[in-house]
Every structure is written in C-alpha cells, then in structure tokens.
Design a protein around this ligand. Structure first.
Ligand code: C2E
Ligand code: CMP
Ligand code: CA
Ligand code: CA
Length: 400
C-alpha cells in the first residue's frame, strides 16, 4: 500500500503545478519533459533506483517539468512533510548548500529555456553502488514510516513492563514500560526495528502521545495491584517511560503528561521520564524547560544509558535529575573487565555524591547483582529479575 502503480502513458504531474510528493521508482521508467510550442521536449528518463519530483518539495516552487509513466510503473511517494522534517533536522551547512544548488539549477534551467536551448538529460544509467545504497535506505525508511502511521491508527502497539527491583532485598520497586509492535504478519517487533525511523521522521511524537495515553489507562490498575501486596513491594510502585528529544521540544509535552496523570488520578511521583544523553543534547534549552516543568509537578527524571552518550556532565548540575541508569554495556562487562568495573563504580559514586539513586540495567547473573549491591547500587533491572512482559502477566506478578 506504500506503493503507487501507474499505467504506461499516465501523466503524474504537469510543469507549474504545486508539488506535494517526490517519488522513488521501484519499477518502470518515468519520462521528464517540457511542453513548448506545441511540441514536447524530453529532459530525462528516470528508472528504478532513482528519485524524481524532489525539486518542488525541496524549495516549494512549482514543478519544473512534467512527468509521465513510459511503462507500467511502481512508485513510492515521499510526502512533503517527510522531507521537510528531515531537512529541518539536517546540518545547517548541508541545508545551505542544498538551497544554493537548487536556486542555481533553476536559474540555469530558466536561462537555457529562454535561449531555446534545453539540456537533454541522459536516459537513466545504472546508479552507482553508493546511490543504490541510499535509495534502498530511503525506501526502507519511507515504507516503515507509513507502516508505523498505520500501526498507530490500527492500535497495533502494546506496552510491555519490565520489573525494577531494590538490590539486596529484591523487593519490587517499579517497572519500565517498553513498547512493542504487534505486527499482523511479522509478529512482535522490537523497538530497535522502528524507534530510530520514528525519531528521524518525527513520528515519535505521536508514538509517545500513544504511550502516555496508554500509561494513563493501565497505571491505575498497576498501582491498585501493588497496594494489595505490600509485603513484596517497596513503598508504592512507579512506572518509567522512555521519551525522546522530539517530545521535549514540544511546548505541549509537560501539559499533556500532567493532564494524563490528573485524569487517571495518579500521583506524579509514580511516573518517571527516561531520557538518553544524546536526546538531551539535541536541543538542551527546550529539554531543560520541559524537564524542569515535569520535575516541578512531581515526576521523576532518569538519565538512561548513562555514560554512553557523547555529552558533558554539565547537565547533571543544571537539570533536575532524580535517577541515573547505568547502561547494560558496562554491567555486562563489569565482572570480566576491570576497566568496566571501575566505570560502574565511578558512576555509582557520582550518583551517591549528588544524592540520587542509580538503577543498573541488563543484570542477567546473580554475581552481577551481588557485586552491584556491594557497590551501593540501589536498584537493578534485567532478565535475572524478569523480562519485559505484557500487562496481564505483569499484574499477576505484582499480586503474587
Ligand atoms: P532502553 O530504554 O535502554 O531499555 C532497556 C532495553 O534492554 C529493553 O530492550 C530491555 O528489554 C532490554 N533488557 C533489559 N534487561 C536486559 C537483560 O538483562 N539483558 C539484555 N540483553 N537486555 C535487557 P527493548 O525493550 O528492546 O527496547 C530497546 C530500546 O528501545 C530501549 O532501550 C529504548 O531506548 C527504546 N524504547 C523502548 N520502548 C520505547 C518507548 O516507548 N518510547 C521510546 N521513545 N523508546 C522506547
Ligand atoms: P520537480 O520540479 O518537483 O518536478 C519535476 C521534476 O523533474 C523535478 O522535480 C526533477 O525531479 C525532474 N527534473 C526537472 N528538470 C530536470 C532535468 N533537466 N533533468 C532531469 N530531471 C529533471
Ligand atoms: Ca529506558
Ligand atoms: Ca537503557
């Protein structure tokens, strides 16, 4: 459904029309032409592995030429919004180069047309391996993005919950909510397969909105189950959710989360927002504003994958952080690599010095849990204590 099929001879668009889509060609040939003095002038023929109709999308000017299918064709449309978002995320120098190249191309083309000389494009030569790799990556991203939009409409996402326990007593302290995509054909899809494209395309904002709404739906049940089994639970349970820099860049984000908590009747202290260092670095000013508001209303703020980003430590002094999460990579290597052991020790000491608890991620072995507890790590998360599980299983676990 991400593909459009066209019969040979169909006109896709005409010169001077406004453009809404660029097209990736997966089958057939497309002719790019001008109509002048009752005749047609062919500018180029494009084939599989190529893109056309990109100019009007990049600079919002009208179509520079007309396009017609020469064969029965299969195309993947890329919307203006999809390209705009990626353009706004790209390096300003690259963006500047692109703008200037586009303007120069249009000027030259206009000049040639005035003089009656129209450059004749070569029929599509085989794209270079590098261009082919870019094309394949573009198709994958565009198709996946469309599927994700449809998955949101069709309610195909689901939250799993992974326990976080107090190290030492192993009492249940809370859960991390982790998204899954229940794909009708592919089964359960892990977030690593779609969160990166959701981030690139900006769709993550809609996904997070869904996650927040879903938390509002299920958290009251989790809290109630926790109250019925106080013996196995430390204080009242919390749930942490992963949020992206794109979410924090929206001025509406803190209000959306506060409204969810209010409507669900949940104390803000029961919710933690997990953010990675790289997410913070995207737009530190807006992230700081959003997190300061969320913290002021009582939510917890955890730094995820601590130590793996490329950031400085400065945000630890400026942001209202309440938890550090030690990345799985350090925990995994901790017992075999003295260096990783030292890094974990240093992170734990840092957390202790600034007076916030740490959560060690990816604990799989009892020896890891013992070593972390001995080093003063407050909380642990990992397959040793439980894998991420659906809501029903999670409620059973809380009650037993
Ligand atoms: P993360 O936030 O670092 O989440 C922890 C990941 O480690 C989870 O992978 C979890 O299943 C896995 N894990 C936990 N314990 C162990 C262990 O003992 N051993 C091993 N090998 N793995 C363990 P998952 O669920 O596949 O999520 C991957 C990443 O996707 C997350 O990493 C997070 O960055 C992102 N993600 C997940 N859900 C969401 C979401 O709702 N929104 C956003 N923006 N990102 C999400
Ligand atoms: P756009 O201006 O959106 O719509 C017409 C498309 O034709 C344009 O984007 C390019 O993709 C393509 N095009 C325009 N001029 C030429 C040319 N001289 N050679 C090859 N392709 C062209
Ligand atoms: Ca996380
Ligand atoms: Ca993590």
């Amino acid at each position: 459904y991400a593909h459009v099929t066209l019969e040979a001879g169909t006109i896709l668009f005409e010169e001077e029309e406004p453009g809404a889509y660029a097209y990736l060609i997966t089958r057939g040939r497309i002719e790019i032409f001008l109509r002048r003095d009752g005749a047609e002038i062919q500018l180029a023929v494009r084939g599989p592995g190529e893109i056309f109709g990109e100019m009007a999308i990049l600079d919002s000017d009208p179509r520079s030429a007309s396009a017609r299918a020469l064969d029965d064709c299969e195309l993947v449309p890329v919307s203006e919004a999809q390209i705009r978002h990626r353009l706004s995320e790209t390096d300003p120098i690259l963006r500047l180069c692109l703008t200037v190249v586009m303007a120069r191309y249009r000027e030259t083309a206009a000049l040639l047309r005035e003089r009656g000389v129209v450059a004749r494009g070569d029929p599509a030569a085989a794209p270079s391996p590098a261009a082919r790799a870019d094309f394949d990556a573009a198709i994958t991203a565009v198709v996946l993005e469309r599927e994700l939009r449809r998955a949101l409409d069709r309610q195909e996402f689901e939250l799993f919950f992974q326990p976080i326990v107090r190290l030492g007593s192993e009492m249940l302290a809370g859960f991390e909510a982790l998204i899954r995509w229940r794909h009708p054909e592919r089964g359960l899809v892990a977030p690593a397969a779609f969160i990166p494209v959701a981030e690139e395309s900006g769709l993550i904002v809609d996904i997070t909105a869904w996650v927040v709404a879903e938390i509002g739906r299920v958290l009251p049940g989790i809290m109630r189950a926790g109250l019925r089994n106080v013996a196995a639970i430390e204080g009242s349970l919390f749930v942490s959710v992963n949020v992206s820099g794109h979410d924090l860049a929206r001025a509406s984000f803190p209000g959306m989360v506060c409204e969810m908590l209010r409507a669900a009747g949940i104390a803000p202290g029961s919710l933690k927002l997990e953010i990675t260092e790289s997410t913070l670095m995207r737009d530190p000013a807006s992230a700081t504003d959003a997190l300061t508001l969320c913290r002021a209303s009582g939510m917890g703020i955890a730094i995820d994958d601590f130590g793996t980003g490329y950031s400085s430590l400065s945000y630890l002094s400026t942001l209202p952080i309440t938890t550090l999460k030690v990345d799985r990579a350090f925990v995994r290597a901790m017992l075999s690599e003295p260096r990783d052991h030292k890094i974990v020790q240093t992170i734990l000491r840092l957390a202790d010095e600034i007076g916030i608890p740490a959560v060690a991620e990816g604990i799989e072995e009892p020896a890891e849990a013992r070593a972390l507890a001995a080093m003063g790590c407050a909380y642990g998360q990992g397959y040793l204590f439980g894998r991420p599980a659906p809501l029903a299983e999670t409620l059973d676990r809380i009650r037993s």
